[in-house]
Design a protein. Structure first.
Lengths: 272, 224
């Protein structure tokens, strides 16, 4: 019972840290996916007296992906709806060209304003609308949530590290005598700390497996039945096989460093 | 004879020199000698012994053990040296979670001997200290005298060139003390090991020649 408690005191903070790592990975993937979606749905509107081509637009900024011409007749039909056909001909004669400009990545508001200014500098361009506020507000909200989550994860990490160190001190006390005796008879650090490494590695594997279980459950069961569209759309971003490897690697690094600190602190051999 | 321990103007101190325990002493101990170190409580006997297995570094002067300068010895060299020194403590310092047999062969485990060799050596040593039937027991199941015999067996398990004993009979009754002294005499006489024993009282019956150092007021003198 005592042994289980000692293991859980190590496994739980380790799990908290791994959950933190996994959340960071998931949120980064979701952010990338969200930015991609925003980018795909977004376009700058350009009104020009002269025709505009993709090479001309790209000439002002490499961040421009393509230029899509809007159908002038459709616009004219909308404007002349309910009027005589002659009105349509007259409007078509004076109607400027309308273009949607697609970007090759998600840009900040400052970058958009910079592109707007450069596009306005092209000969014949009458107006450039970036719809900046609308475009950016959703993303700002999203980034704020991400920032808060990151702060929370950092705090979780710090608290978990304190708990791991505390548990290490318990282990240090429990194994101090044995390690001291072995050192007197000339045992190297790895041999003295062998049992600690063994326990810590087993706990690292258990913590990783439990975390994998939690995230697989969230992905398979919870995400599917969830009514949150955004989660359903990004279900693929929730878990990734490479995350399992990264979690195990992180857990092993954390326990190795912790055990190493305990082993060094337990050593009574004066430095030569 | 080769000098196993050599102290030249050796000073030992704690707290970075604030508390000097042993002050400017000189002595040499040769291979195969048996040495008793006595002195009043707090005179620095145990401190001197600790310096011999590198637990404390000389504050000043030099101390050579097996030809190695303990002032400048590297950590790896010290661990290597310790593998060839047997240490016996008043409080036994056995690993309570390990069986008697495993405790006895600790120095062999550290050196990486095979399980077969460990088994053979454990049987031989436990028979030597008359504890064969206790091989699979744990230290806390044994009396103090029996635990100390396990401690002696552990110290002898790798045929060390040097055996250091700190009050080895301090907690034992007369019978157990006699057994421990016999074992240490044999180690010196038959294995040609150098034995240094810190004790309050030299046994009245001792069958081999020995030297006697007394530590007092930070200095050491030999009784002839």
């Amino acid at each position: 019972m005592k042994s289980i408690k000692e293991h859980m005191m190590f496994i739980l903070p380790l799990m908290a840290m791994l959950i933190g790592v996994e959340f960071i990975l998931i949120f980064n993937r979701v952010t990338t996916s969200y930015e991609q979606k925003l980018k795909n749905e977004y376009a700058i509107l350009v009104v020009s007296k002269k025709q505009l081509s993709t090479p001309i637009a790209r000439g002002v900024s490499s961040k421009i992906d393509s230029v899509e011409a809007m159908n002038r007749e459709d616009i004219a039909k909308e404007v002349t709806s309910g009027m005589q056909d002659t009105a349509m001909v007259a409007i078509m004669k004076d109607l400027p060209y309308f273009y949607r400009i697609h970007l090759n990545r998600y840009l900040s508001l400052e970058e958009l304003k910079d592109i707007q200014a450069k596009l306005k500098g092209i000969d014949g361009v009458l107006n450039v609308e970036i719809f900046g506020e609308n475009y950016h507000s959703k993303h700002t909200m999203f980034r704020l949530v991400k920032l808060i989550l990151n702060i929370f994860i950092i705090m979780l990490f710090v608290v978990s590290i304190f708990l791991v160190v505390k548990q290490m001190e318990v282990w240090q006390l429990a194994h101090k005598d044995r390690m001291k005796i072995m050192e007197i008879f000339g045992a190297p650090m790895m041999l003295r700390s062998g049992i600690l490494f063994k326990i810590a590695f087993i706990d690292a594997i258990i913590a990783t497996l439990l975390n994998i279980g939690i995230f697989v459950y969230l992905n398979i069961s919870w995400a599917k039945s969830s009514d949150i569209n955004f989660i359903k759309e990004n279900q693929g971003a929730l878990i990734n096989v490479s995350d399992f490897i990264l979690m195990l690697f992180t857990a092993i690094v954390i326990v190795s460093v912790s055990v190493f600190i305990v082993a060094v602190q337990s050593s009574e051999v004066p430095e030569g | 004879m080769a000098s196993v321990i050599s102290a030249n103007n050796l000073t030992l101190a704690y707290e970075g020199g604030k508390s000097i325990v042993i002050n400017n002493i000189n002595f040499t101990i040769e291979q195969g000698e048996f040495v008793f170190i006595t002195g009043p409580s707090g005179s620095g006997k145990s401190t001197l012994l600790k310096s011999m297995y590198g637990q404390i570094k000389p504050y000043d002067g030099t101390l050579h053990i097996g030809g190695l300068n303990m002032s400048s010895i590297k950590k790896g060299q010290l661990l290597q040296l310790r593998r060839n020194i047997g240490v016996i403590f008043q409080d036994y310092k056995l690993i309570n979670e390990w069986s008697v047999e495993k405790n006895v062969v600790l120095p062999l485990i550290i050196t990486g001997y095979s399980l077969d060799v460990q088994k053979v050596q454990a049987e031989k040593l436990l028979s030597h200290v008359r504890l064969s039937e206790y091989a699979n027991k744990y230290p806390l199941e044994l009396s103090g005298g029996e635990q100390q015999r396990v401690g002696v067996a552990r110290a002898l398990s790798k045929n060390p060139f040097l055996i250091l004993a700190d009050e080895p009979t301090g907690n034992l009754d007369e019978f157990s003390s006699g057994v421990v002294w016999d074992l240490l005499e044999n180690a010196c006489d038959q294995l040609n090991a150098t034995v240094v024993v810190v004790t309050h009282k030299i046994p009245t019956i001792f069958n081999i020649p020995y030297r006697h150092f007394i530590i007092e007021n930070g200095g050491v003198h030999e009784v002839h």
